[in-house]
Design a protein around this ligand. Structure first.
Ligand code: 5GP
Ligand code: ZN
Length: 135
């Protein structure tokens, strides 16, 4: 299934099997969220603890635990995330934004369902200081 887009029923069953995932539960509405976008493959919602005036989380509906688990078989989910980001930006008139993915503990990944932070609404710096180093 190289480069394939997983079907909606497959994605639903796969999410049901992953019983203990916070973001799978948000997609299924078991945990409430403020949705900003949804299509067959992607769900986007406001981050509960925003670090910018606009802080959305864009996630694939298929459960992928982190960026390191992206393969030839499932990488289309990432393309769908970026398609969604462009649609959200156009719909909301957002001209500049940053998309961040944290992969692994040292990078600050706390939820083990692949997600992309979409940040906007402030002028952002770029450089070592923008990494938010903790030690
Ligand atoms: P990470 O640190 O894994 O890259 O990002 C996880 C993000 O999920 C954090 O920015 C955190 O604020 C957000 N988050 C955690 N739990 C919830 C929740 O229950 N609802 C929403 N909307 N965001 C959450
Ligand atoms: Zn999940």
């Amino acid at each position: 299934m190289i480069g394939a887009v997983f079907s909606a029923p497959y994605i639903l069953i796969q999410r049901r099997i992953i019983m203990d995932c916070l973001f799978c539960k948000i997609i299924d509405g078991e945990i409430p969220s403020t949705k900003v976008y949804e299509d067959e493959f992607v769900f986007a919602f406001k981050d509960i603890a925003p670090i910018a005036p606009v802080h959305y989380l864009i996630i694939p509906k298929v459960h992928i635990s982190c960026a390191n688990e992206i393969t030839e078989e499932n990488s289309n989910a990432v393309a769908k995330v970026f398609e969604a980001a462009a649609k959200i930006a156009k719909a909301e008139g957002i001209e500049s934004y940053r998309i961040i993915n944290n992969c692994g503990d040292d990078a600050g990944q706390t939820v083990k369902h692949l997600h992309f932070h979409m940040l906007a609404g402030i002028k952002m710096g770029w450089g070592p200081e923008s990494l938010g180093k903790t030690e």
